[in-house]
Design a protein around this ligand. Structure first.
Ligand code: ADP
Ligand code: MG
Length: 247
């Protein structure tokens, strides 16, 4: 335990909450396949950043989490990797059939951010597939992109949806797919999401979940609104705050 505190101190990681998983400062020591570690290395991602050091083990442990870290600190990998591993686990247990899924949703406040996150998901799942892991299907769900264009994604079941809240709500209400087997919800740039007035949409999306879900909220800042929202929507969350919050 003293060692964990030392590691957190070294990386300026502040944590709050009960039963916090140990930080891990090497990708090799995380539950990430070696092909993935190799792929990351080839992209210049060699050592985890502080939000990844504490955030990835926290998300892997199935815990709700509030991740606060400045822009450019690698939050995308911190919430995508645990979801990818969870989706692979589910797919390996019982391959998804047409019409099944998704198991995880990533919500973004803008089309641009959703598109970027989707591109990251595509690159990472492709690298894993090339390394012998099952293929995962990711749907990008933003205004201006039709479902028909992505109909191939539904052929073998859907694993992950990256979406803006309004567009996702619209598709859920039209019953294009459902969240009955969905267990992971991540809100990226939650501060912007709330500032842009998406809070009600996010609550509506939450009401479509049928299972107990793991909820993660990532933000560059931690205003009152985020704290209140987290208190209402997360269960026994772990707060991971990486200092130097320049925002
Ligand atoms: P944030 O969402 O926190 O603003 P991003 O997830 O967009 O940050 O990552 C910012 C950049 O840092 C991206 O180009 C990403 O590939 C890169 N990156 C992520 N993790 C690492 C890492 N561990 N080491 C080096 N670069 C990284
Ligand atoms: Mg980001």
């Amino acid at each position: 335990e003293a060692q964990h505190s030392k590691l957190r101190e070294k990386y300026h990681i502040l944590v709050e909450g009960d039963d916090i998983p140990p930080p891990i400062n090497s990708f090799t020591d995380m539950k990430i396949p070696s092909v993935m570690v190799k792929h990351l290395k080839s992209k210049g991602i060699v050592d985890p950043t502080p939000i990844q050091i504490q955030g990835i083990p926290t998300a892997f442990a199935g815990r709700d989490m509030i991740g606060i870290a400045f822009t450019g600190s690698g939050k995308t990998l911190a919430f995508c990797m645990p979801l990818i591993m969870f989706a692979l686990e589910e797919e390996t247990k019982l391959p998804f059939e047409r019409g099944e899924g998704p198991v995880g949703i990533i919500l973004c406040p803008s089309r641009e951010l959703a598109t970027q996150t989707y591109e990251n998901m595509m690159a990472w799942t492709a690298a894993l597939h090339e390394g012998g892991f099952p293929a995962l299907n990711t749907l990008l769900c933003i205004g201006g992109i039709s479902m028909a264009e992505q109909s191939h994604v539904f052929n073998k079941g859907l694993h992950v949806v990256v979406a803006t809240p309004g567009r996702l709500m619209d598709l859920l209400e039209k019953k294009r797919f459902n969240l009955e087997s969905c267990k992971y919800l991540c809100m990226d740039e939650a501060d912007r999401m709330i500032d842009l007035g998406f809070e009600e949409d996010v609550r509506t999306i939450m009401s479509f979940f049928k299972h107990q879900r793991q909820t993660l909220l990532f933000s560059a800042t931690m205003p009152r609104k985020i704290q209140d929202f987290a208190q209402q929507s997360l269960i026994k969350p772990i707060l991971v705050n990486v200092g130097r919050a320049g925002a």
